[in-house]
Design a protein around this ligand. Structure first.
Ligand code: ZN
Length: 133
């Protein structure tokens, strides 16, 4: 795995949290994007080499809405950049990790992504992401 590409934070409302993070990071949100497959609106910020991704649910039954219901707003996942997501999936499966999606799917920000089951990663949801060519 390469660097931490981004950190995902679940929020109730982007319209509240975008100005908050703009103040916090002293940087403008540079992109918002709806990801239909995940039922989320996302907003991105740069903090050095790493991005911050805010996630707002577009559906009361969506994964982010359910996460906030259970745990409240806050840290949702850590995303690592990988060079070859298919090779990394194979390696992690061989190591006994469980993937939530074994076939990479379209994520925000022009990425192919997959998630590891947090049960096997000390409760931390881990995302692998690879830039689409
Ligand atoms: Zn993410």
């Amino acid at each position: 795995m390469q660097k931490v590409e981004h950190i995902g934070i679940a929020v109730k409302s982007l319209s509240v949290s975008i100005p908050l993070f703009e103040k916090l990071l002293h940087a403008a949100c540079y992109k918002t994007e709806e990801v239909g497959s995940e039922k989320v609106n996302t907003a991105f910020f740069r903090s050095g080499e790493t991005k911050i991704e805010l996630l707002e649910s577009t559906d009361p039954e969506g994964v982010i809405a359910r996460f906030i219901e259970k745990k409240g707003e806050g840290l949702h996942h850590i995303a690592f950049e990988v060079k070859d997501i298919y090779a990394e999936i194979k390696r992690l499966k061989e190591e006994g990790f469980v993937l939530l999606n074994e076939t990479p799917k379209e994520g925000a920000d022009n990425k192919l992504v997959c998630f590891l089951h947090p049960k096997h990663t000390n409760g931390v949801l881990i995302e692998l992401c690879m830039e689409k060519k």
